[in-house]
Design a binder for this molecule. Structure first.
Ligand SMILES: *Cc1c(COP(=O)(O)O)cnc(C)c1O
Length: 501
């Protein structure tokens, strides 16, 4: 059976099962499958398959440890009932480009696609009597989708830490109304980095591991987990299928995808699709004002030493795009020593510079651009007024770049990935369209529905009818104790449940 290895140490050999449970490698690297381009997904076959059937082939190719039965079961549980569109990720035509809507899952952001399947896969990898608690520091979307995905999944649990004043009212309400017997939400007296730093500390704390015992382990729901990345490859193939079905392209024609980017998970999944044989001409990386990647494309220097901007597309407010490390691994010819030296530079100096030939090779597959907040708002307004299509700010960060790309490649169809429902980031969307928003998100949403005639997803309306739990409020240095207590509560309970069954 093929093994995963680490981006920083080629002596690491680990099964797909263990890679999913562990999340990331002890050397700090990410788990990768060597020689990815030797694998292939048959495009002719994809054209006649359902989303679930495509997902089956992708998972089977990249996570070879799973049996057919385990894969099929996981996929049906993840997607059959939890999305509000039977296509799962439907394509809509807007003017002369198409939009791939990735926000039809339970929390209305694209992270549902990965986080509905990850828990089901993880559950299959768990040896008997083992329990896994997933920890996530979140600026909003990841936490919400992780809670929805792990809620009430046997032998597992999820703990989410969010900065007390750092998430939107909609996101907070979503987290506090997603109640599982095995989930816990904590509001941190600090910012996102405080939460993130402490989650990392907890992962690396060896004495804590001892304290939790052999039966209980910790894992990550971040997109560095390969079990979250693999499900995202599926919608690139499914989009291609829909483009063929809609008569936009013939099988074999190249297309361009534009992708709102933060941690580089979504767009990397597109690159994996290309390596697996999908005819992709270019992948367009879209940034907001935190444009570390856009600057990298100019001179090959990745430099996070710069001011941090809080933008209206907050899920892209990231200065270290963790999954970029996986791209460097493949683009350097799987040269783990080279990748490790770059990552050491990043840790010590906050920056690194790649060799010119590596930058050139990256540019063969990728283009990068960005939009600031004013441009994002202008794009939302323009696309609504001209084409009656409503974009969220993350999606809109790519509109300007999409138009530039079309001008450069007029003969290649463009698919713009849409990562969230406009009603999830309703304040910014209302500001762009109406010029104002209200104190209450539900009032703002009603205004926007009235103005645009575009319906709000039922999932987002429902949260205001559900009873919210009171979040546990803690200081960052209390996170570890909360993890220990929660694991005890949840998994002891779990054991008595299974004894009863
Ligand atoms: C997480 C997120 C992104 C960024 O995706 P990455 O995989 O981190 O690059 C973009 N838009 C929305 C709405 C998100 O939640």
């Amino acid at each position: 059976m093929e093994k995963y290895t680490s981006t920083r140490d080629k002596d690491v050999e680990i099964s797909a099962f263990d890679a999913i449970i562990k999340g990331f490698s002890d050397d700090g690297g990410l788990f990768v499958l060597p020689d990815l381009a030797d694998h292939n997904i048959n495009i002719d076959k994809v054209i006649d398959q359902s989303y679930q059937e495509i997902a089956f082939d992708v998972v089977k190719t990249l996570l070879p440890d799973f049996s057919d039965f385990q894969i099929a079961n996981s996929i049906h549980e993840a997607y059959d009932d939890s999305f509000d569109d039977y296509e799962i990720t439907p394509i809509k035509d807007v003017d002369n480009f198409s939009v791939l809507e990735l926000f039809h899952g339970p929390t209305c952001a694209f992270k549902d696609v990965g986080l509905q399947l990850l828990p089901k896969l993880m559950q299959q990898c768990l040896p008997e009597n083992k329990h896994v608690m997933v920890l996530a520091a979140t600026s909003g979307d990841t936490g919400t989708a992780a809670l929805a995905g792990f809620k009430d999944v046997n032998k597992m649990g999820a703990m989410v830490f969010y900065p007390q004043n750092g998430v939107s009212m909609v996101q907070q309400q979503q987290m506090l109304t997603t109640k599982g017997y095995n989930t816990k939400v904590a509001a941190i007296n600090g910012n996102f980095d405080d939460a993130q730093t402490n989650v990392k500390k907890i992962f690396n704390n060896q004495s804590l591991k001892k304290k939790l015992g052999d039966d209980n382990s910790l894992s990550s729901a971040n997109s560095i987990n390969i079990g979250r990345l693999v499900p995202q490859i599926v919608y690139y193939f499914d989009a291609y299928k829909q483009m063929v079905k809609n008569g936009k392209i013939n099988v074999g024609d190249e297309i361009i995808f534009t992708v709102p980017t933060g941690n580089f998970g979504d767009v990397l999944a597109g690159y994996y699709a290309k390596l697996l044989g999908l005819p992709v001409k270019k992948l367009v990386i879209e940034c907001n004002s935190n444009k570390v990647l856009a600057d990298f494309f100019k001179n090959g220097v990745y430099d996070r030493n710069r001011p941090f901007f809080k933008t209206i597309a907050p899920s892209m407010d990231i200065q270290i795009s963790s999954n970029f490390e996986r791209l460097l691994y493949y683009k350097s010819g799987e040269n783990v020593d080279y990748v490790k030296s770059l990552m050491d530079d990043l840790e010590h100096d906050g920056k690194y510079e790649v060799l010119p030939e590596i930058l050139e090779s990256i540019k063969e597959d990728f283009i990068c651009g960005y939009s600031d907040d004013d441009e994002i708002k202008a794009s939302i307004k323009e696309v609504f007024e001209k084409y009656h299509y409503l974009m969220d700010p993350h999606t809109a960060s790519g509109y300007r770049v999409t138009r530039e790309t079309q001008a450069k490649y007029p003969d290649t169809p463009v698919v713009m990935l849409s990562t969230a429902s406009p009603y999830k980031f309703v304040d910014a969307v209302a500001d762009a369209i109406i010029g104002e928003h209200r104190e209450s998100p539900i009032e703002t949403s009603d205004l926007l529905v009235e103005k645009t005639g575009i319906e709000m997803p039922e999932q987002l309306r429902q949260i205001w009818h559900d009873e919210a739990v009171v979040p546990t409020k803690i200081n960052p240095n209390e996170m570890e104790d909360l993890v220990v207590d929660t694991i005890k509560d949840v998994f002891e309970n779990d054991k008595s449940n299974s004894a009863r069954n």
